[in-house]
Design a protein. Structure first.
Length: 169
């Protein structure tokens, strides 16, 4: 039974990869990509496949960009490898925030990792200020900056909440 299920999973992943290749996605298993696809579909955004760009853009205007931070309930959304110093690298790494019209924090269920529990919309300038505060306090030249769901609640707006999600969360 277990072997049959594993074989079916492999077959489905291969089929997903074949479909992905048809739209220019070289690696469907690229970290975070499937979740970004789920969020983009939910928000009616156009997925941006490149890892050197934002996660998505407006379907009618590709200059309007969006960034997604995804994490499981109880975890943190994280921006990896943000430079504190030198100043030129710091400015460049903060462009990952500044280039976006909105930032979205998508919290997925631990028990169902492809199902969205809540999505918060965050203004880029709010995330930028909080990121700079964390960088200023960091002892490292390169940091990972993290933001909890409580931070998102205090600084963003809920734009989606799963109907199965308990009230008050």
């Amino acid at each position: 039974m277990k072997e049959k299920i594993i074989s079916q999973i492999i077959m489905l992943v291969r089929k997903a990869q074949d479909l992905a290749l048809k739209i220019g996605i070289a690696n469907i298993l690229q970290p975070g990509l499937v979740k970004e696809m789920i969020i983009a579909e939910m928000l009616s955004h156009e997925l941006i496949i490149s890892k050197r760009d934002a996660d998505a853009c407006d379907k009618s205007n590709p200059e309007i960009k969006y960034e997604y931070l995804c994490f499981y309930e109880g975890g943190t959304g994280q921006l990896d490898r943000v430079f504190k110093e030198p100043l030129d690298k710091r400015k460049k790494s903060l462009l990952r925030i500044k280039r976006n019209k909105k930032i979205y924090f998508a919290i997925f269920y631990k028990s169902n990792p492809l199902k969205i529990k809540t999505v918060y919309e965050i203004e880029p300038n709010v995330l930028l200020e909080a990121t700079e505060r964390q960088l200023d306090k960091s002892k490292n030249d390169i940091s990972h900056v993290g933001f909890s769901e409580n931070w998102a609640k205090e600084n963003g707006v809920v734009i989606y909440k799963d109907k199965e999600c308990p009230a008050g969360i």
